[in-house]
Design a protein. Sequence first.
Length: 423
Amino acid sequence: MTSPAVTPGGGRRAAAVIALIAPLLAVAATLETTVLHFGTFVSFVLAVVVVTTATWYALTRRGLLRWLAVLVAAVGVLMMVTIGLSLFLTQAAMLIVFAVAGRYALGPHSSATISGGHPARPVPAARRGVLLINPRSGDGVAARAGLAEAAAARGLEVITLGPGDDLAALAERAAAEGADVLGMAGGDGSQALVATTAMRHGLPFVCVPAGTRNHFALDLGLDRTDVAGALDAFTDGVERLVDLASVNDRIFVNNASLGVYAEVVRAKGYRKAKIRTWGRLLPDLLGPAAAPSDLEFDSPEGPPISGVSLVLVSNNPYDLSRVGRSGGRPRLDTGRLGIVAVRGAIPAGEFVARKFTVRSKADVAAGVDGEAILLTPPLVFRSLPGALRVRVPRSSGARPRAAALSRRDLNALVRVASGAPAV
């Protein structure tokens, strides 16, 4: 989102000009190195190839070959730093200039994350708000933030998940007993379970970022560092409609992954030793002896795609166009799934769809909002447009992403540089 449609002042116009010049200087520096120091440039490219190849071998091999690949990759990185340090510093400096000047030129809301295009409307405080807390999420974030006490101070009913408790059943009981707003403090998997109940009963939902990464909270525009502050959605919030997504009728708020990631997530010991588990399993999943994947789906632009090692389906597409920071979903109300597929280390497809089907001859391991499950094929993914009423604090909404400008912001920069409004 760019700044309001007002004529920019001299300072913003100058910043826009500087932002537009910075990437041109970066390109010029690259061309100069290529032309005047061609041997150096070729050496740098070769070093990049060596590092990339060695890294792949380090990830997908075991024993002595893995350690030799690590050594080669380390030597290659040292060569890259030695050969291309000045060029790298120049490129990094120009990127920083572009991001800072561009953000200033477009105003304080440039490249903001918007949780949805549906208009937000102020809503009264919850009469009987219920907050469910998963105390184990995020290594005890809820307890450290004093979340239960903060919720009680706002007049909310608190339900803390205990060992062996069924979160979905607790949420259903809260809804049946008269809750008019349901909230969940936990990670994306917990959010999805309670959001499913809220959707089923037509209740507003409050997301409290008490998990590890809190992708859904981030894309809703919440401040993930202010866990207790998210409770203001119960008492002083605005409400809007956002999409949900499903796979074989299981709801997810963030994404579902098939293939390599899903196999690692469901492995024994993953939660306690993630890096070690990746290192242990990747050779079996991507190495020369790996069994070929039988995942297959139809491409919207050609023949069926098969043999992919990773399929990621997201509730609304990720924005991969941002300069300085890729990822994140600028909107949660497009009514589309984002689909990304990879074969080995090579992209196999990227597109959007309302419905998406994956075929397989056997049950498929999936990571759905970070939770490991098995799904029976065919796997049918659907977008559920406007399915969830979400409440966020009145102070939340559009928040800038640091050092991130999208390609569409370049057009706005050109307009500001010429003296026209950015929008």
